[in-house]
Write a protein that binds this ligand. Structure first.
Ligand code: ADE
Length: 250
């Protein structure tokens, strides 16, 4: 089983790129696809860059050229769900593109596809949430220095399953945050790529999952600590979750 792994940002993919044993490296349209073994399992690892177009085009190339059996998208997100804090983890059961509006009163429906919510693969997502819970129980306090856990207020992170919304906007206002929560049932977090990858995977028939570490509250304080958080904390949750996931594979 060959797994495609995509992250949007260098800081998010950094530790995985250090750990992969690369057998083949190919740059296509500015994206470097690393094919090799990660924790003993065959993967293709790639950084998409930020935003829906970047993510969709990367997923398309990944599927068309490397034929992964499934795709996992990892990164950070702004928390919307009640009780979510920095360092908590969301695994998507479905994703929606919150910036789609064709002006026809069809909500967030993708024209001609007539879909708003794209489901993730249940088995893949279940394995991912178990892996993340394992990392939360056994790993993160060894990997993330206490100084950063304190700085970001992370003590007992939790992992939840729910809806993720994506759009080409960094959400940093309470009003937009509340509006999205009203429009989208069980919305847990917002980010800028996941649902675009979901649409591509849906159209190609490739199973996929999306995992996001909460980096901010998608409100007026959103940009505070973001850079430091992804560099010192989010990358560990991403690596820890993916490592536990790959090691759980038979
Ligand atoms: N990624 C991390 N935080 C985000 C936010 N507040 N909005 C969109 N994408 C994000």
């Amino acid at each position: 089983m060959k797994i495609g792994i995509i992250c949007a940002m260098q800081e998010e993919i950094e530790l995985l790129s250090q750990d992969i044993q690369t057998e083949n490296s190919l740059t296509i349209a500015g994206r470097t696809f690393l094919e090799g073994r990660l924790y003993g399992k065959p993967v293709v690892l790639v950084r998409s860059r930020i935003g829906k177009v970047a993510a969709a085009s990367t997923a398309t190339t990944l599927i068309d050229r490397f034929h992964p059996d499934c795709i996992i998208f990892c990164g950070t997100a702004g928390g919307i769900g009640k009780g979510l804090h920095t360092g908590d983890i969301v695994v998507a059961d479905r994703l929606i593109q919150h910036d789609v509006d064709t002006g026809t009163g069809n909500g967030f429906k993708i024209p001609q596809l007539n879909m708003d919510y794209f489901p993730t693969d249940p088995a893949l997502s279940e394995r991912l949430i178990s892996a993340v819970k394992q990392y939360i129980q056994n790993g993160f306090t060894h990997d993330i220095p206490a100084q950063y856990l304190e700085e970001f207020g992370i003590s007992a992170p939790k992992a939840v399953v729910g809806t993720i919304a994506s759009g080409d906007q960094f959400i940093c206002s309470k009003e937009k945050n509340q509006w999205l929560a009203e429009q989208i049932e069980n919305l847990q977090c917002v980010e800028m790529e996941g649902a675009a990858v979901s649409q591509v995977c849906y159209e190609f028939g490739v199973p996929h999952a999306v995992i996001r570490v909460i980096s901010d509250g998608a409100d007026d304080a959103s940009s505070v600590n973001f850079d430091s958080f992804i560099e010192h904390a989010a990358c560990h949750f991403t690596r820890g979750g993916i490592k536990a996931f790959l090691e759980s594979e038979q």
